[in-house]
Design a protein around this ligand. Structure first.
Ligand SMILES: [Zn+2]
Length: 252
């Protein structure tokens, strides 16, 4: 059994300092990074991977003004980019989701988690532990200790066709997802295991909590690619792949 459809859903973007995307570049210039959520239609119901940016980013490019992130991270989010409205476009309500997989608890991936109070949210133990105590994680939008977390450690087969892969480094408990769909076969979602194709293929270092762990996770993903030959490898925030036309209403 495989996943019936995988929709790649556009959920706004944010401007990030170029030195975060490529550690070899000097700081001082912002680049636009697309933000994604992924909807999987399965025999057991719809499953969402990541919930995008928080509603507090909507029409609020000054969100980080007066903080240490001012000038380094600028949200570019409209009302239509909230996870509620992103799902509505595909014909779903937040309560329809059977499960949410959180790749990690950064604001551009877990910002909408508060809309899923009754849904199991799958997260790595290390990510949960860090987010609950480290103020680099937004206490308001991403800490949320009262959600229905389903905490895992390491790789995890969620359903036939959905394999969660532990890929720490960008964050302490980051996870990527290997999805096998009816139409496309194996599809690897690196999430923030690699922001861009360049990060991935040329080993260009990018923003990470632990660069050695990040490099090890990349090696793990590359080995997997040699074994299973995915038809698509989709990166966390790659502008160029964003324009290739694989996103909703298309599906994989
Ligand atoms: Zn990200």
């Amino acid at each position: 059994m495989t996943v019936k459809k995988l929709y790649i859903l556009s959920a706004g973007s944010c401007y990030l300092d170029q030195s975060a995307v490529n550690r070899n570049l000097p700081p001082g210039k912002l680049v636009n990074m697309p933000v994604w959520s992924f909807l999987l239609e399965t025999e057991d119901g719809p499953i969402l991977i990541d919930t995008g940016m928080p509603d507090s980013f909507v029409n609020n490019p000054d969100y980080y003004k007066g903080t240490k992130r001012e000038g380094r991270l600028v949200p570019n989010m409209l009302e239509s980019d909230t996870i509620v409205n992103v799902l509505k476009r595909v014909g779903y309500h937040t309560d329809d989701m059977q499960t949410v997989i959180s790749s990690h608890l950064h604001l551009d991936h877990a910002g909408g988690n508060g809309h899923f109070r009754n849904t199991p949210i799958i997260i790595q133990q290390a990510e949960f532990d860090t987010a609950m105590t480290d103020d680099n994680y937004s206490p308001l939008e991403c800490r949320l200790p009262d959600l229905q977390y389903q905490i895992i450690e390491g790789d995890y087969d969620l359903l036939p066709g959905i394999k969660i892969l532990s890929t720490p480094g960008h964050s302490p408990g980051h996870q990527s997802v290997l999805v096998t769909t009816e139409k496309s076969g194996p599809v690897l979602l690196t999430l923030d295991g690699a922001y861009t194709k360049q990060n991935f293929e040329n080993d260009l270092p990018f923003l990470s909590f632990n660069s050695e762990m990040a490099a090890k996770s990349l090696r793990h993903l590359k080995k997997l690619i040699q074994e299973i030959h995915p038809t698509v490898v989709f990166f966390g925030h790659d502008n160029r792949q964003a324009s290739k036309g694989r996103t909703f209403p298309e599906f994989l």
